[in-house]
Design a protein. Structure first.
Length: 123
């Protein structure tokens, strides 16, 4: 089963997004801050990361840069899912190594389409 590491500090948003992903057939691993995200990513080596930008301890830009700089996690696609909507935020995220950038609130289908670009749906 394909796994997704969902990094989101809001319990409500984390629950909603995790349910959407589980209902699509993905295994969901969660983290609530940047440091935990790095630790879990290196331990579990998920197929994809969905990463908030505004996080405790390390922001999502820092997490993305660290993951893309490490040999064991550089290949993992990162979708930034955030309320940071400015073009400069999107550009900075992409410069840090994000593969896609989706702004909250988002349409479920938009998230599913992005995920499908990076990995097949689990059966």
């Amino acid at each position: 089963m394909a796994s997704i590491l969902l990094v989101e500090d809001s319990p409500t948003v984390q629950y909603i997004v995790a349910r959407l992903l589980v209902n699509q057939g993905y295994e969901v691993i969660t983290a609530r801050d940047g440091e935990e995200a790095l630790r879990v990513a290196h331990e579990k080596l998920p197929n994809l990361l969905i990463l908030d930008v505004i996080l405790p301890k390390m922001n999502g830009f820092q997490v993305c840069r660290a993951l893309k700089s490490a040999a064991d996690t550089a290949h993992i696609p990162v979708i930034m899912l955030t309320a940071k909507w400015k073009d400069s935020d999107r550009q900075w995220g992409m410069e840090q190594g994000a593969d896609a950038y989706l702004i909250k609130p988002f349409e479920d289908q938009a998230l599913f389409e992005l995920i499908s670009q990076f990995m097949p749906q689990s059966q």
